[in-house]
Design a protein around this ligand. Structure first.
Ligand SMILES: NC(=O)C1=CN([C@@H]2O[C@H](COP(=O)(O)OP(=O)(O)OC[C@H]3O[C@@H](n4cnc5c(N)ncnc54)[C@H](OP(=O)(O)O)[C@@H]3O)[C@@H](O)[C@H]2O)C=CC1
Ligand SMILES: CCCCCCCCCCCCCCCC(=O)[C@@H](N)CO
Length: 301
């Protein structure tokens, strides 16, 4: 019997991750705030049972506000379903907009939800994982956690932070046979993306179109596969692969092949990246000129 906990498991990518784990026979705890959405997601996940012993447990908690609360609900869940052997930190939110248009509070809010909201659940499960000398910790970052883009001055840093956490933590817990994975999905068709799109600057839309929109079930399959295999890095699609190879820095390698591929492709991918950066800069410049022209036209009218 294995038990997986998925924060943000009531919607989008997190819900699909829960389904994917359930299809593989796991016990699941879904963690999110809204109880109605949690119950709805529980019903959806339960459809994919492969045996009649499987259970989906719902926990309603804000993963970002109070550590002692997060610790106590996770403890209760472990008492019911047994120790968590995989924690998926997927709860998160995004906001896009020009730096000066983003309300100052939002910078703090995004760090709280996306960063601290991953620290707290991880902190709550790590001691038991170390005692058992087994476990998997997944952090769901974003391609915007690998590159900073127009419109993501509040969001990107909260996703970059996860990488620093993941690298440091991995070095500490590898001897305990616990593996950390960071996933960097591109735009994915979820309620979260629909919400974000309502206020997304044109520049951000045009730049993000480069790597297209993925379906959450595809993204979830890749994430779960990489977490099970214990890969440090999890990316989606050819752009995702290039971005991860290019931004590997001092992150751990999972296999010799992966290391060799990074060494061999680095120069080529940097060359490609410079062309992408050039095209992003020209999108930004074009949008600025267009805005100024339409402002001037408005004045004349
Ligand atoms: N969709 C995309 O384009 C991409 C998304 N990502 C990342 O993937 C993750 C999931 O995104 P997506 O599926 O689009 O998001 P959704 O908005 O569809 O779902 C977010 C989930 O997180 C939960 N959640 C949000 N805030 C909290 C909180 N404070 N405490 C507990 N649960 C919380 C929500 O439930 P509730 O509100 O009830 O708490 C919900 O279950 C996010 O971290 C996002 O940044 C990364 C790259 C691309
Ligand atoms: C060799 C170099 C290759 C370069 C490829 C560059 C591709 C850039 C596209 C970035 C897209 C950002 C998506 C953010 C998704 C997200 O996190 C939000 N939608 C959350 O809601």
């Amino acid at each position: 019997m294995s038990c997986k906990s998925v924060t943000g498991g009531s919607s989008g990518i997190g819900k699909c991750i829960a389904v994917e784990c359930y299809r593989q026979g796991a016990f699941i705890t879904l963690v999110a705030r809204d109880e109605v959405k949690l119950l709805q997601a529980k019903k959806e996940v339960e459809k994919f049972a492969i045996n009649d012993k499987q259970v989906v447990l719902c926990i309603s908690v804000d993963v970002s506000s109070d550590y002692s609360q997060v610790e106590s609900v996770i403890k209760q869940a472990q008492e019911k379903l047994g120790p968590v052997d995989m924690l998926v930190n997927c709860a998160g939110t995004s906001i896009s907009g020009k730096f000066e248009d983003v309300e100052v509070d939002r910078f703090k809010k995004l760090m709280e939800v996306n960063y601290l909201g991953s620290v707290y659940p991880t902190r709550a499960v790590i001691t038991t994982m170390k005692e058992r000398r087994m476990g998997r910790i997944m952090f769901v970052s974003s391609q915007a956690g690998q590159i900073g883009l127009f419109g993501y001055t509040a969001y990107s840093p909260s996703k970059f932070a996860l990488r620093g956490l993941a690298e440091s933590l991995q070095m500490e817990i590898k001897p305990y046979n616990i593996y950390v994975t960071v996933a960097y999905p591109p735009d994915t068709d979820t309620p979260g993306l629909a919400e974000e799109n309502k206020t997304k600057p044109l520049e951000t839309k045009l730049i993000a179109e480069t790597s297209g929109v993925c379906q959450p079930d595809q993204v979830a399959k890749i994430i779960v596969r990489d977490a099970v295999q214990g890969n440090f890095n999890s990316s989606v699609g050819p752009d995702g692969y290039m971005l991860s190879a290019l931004t590997c820095g001092m992150s751990p390698v999972t296999s010799i092949t992966e290391g060799l591929q990074q060494i061999v492709t680095m120069g080529l991918f940097r060359t490609i990246a410079l062309f992408y950066l050039g095209s992003f800069d020209s999108i930004v410049r074009r949008c600025m000129i267009q805005r100024e022209q339409s402002k001037a036209a408005d004045k004349r009218e």
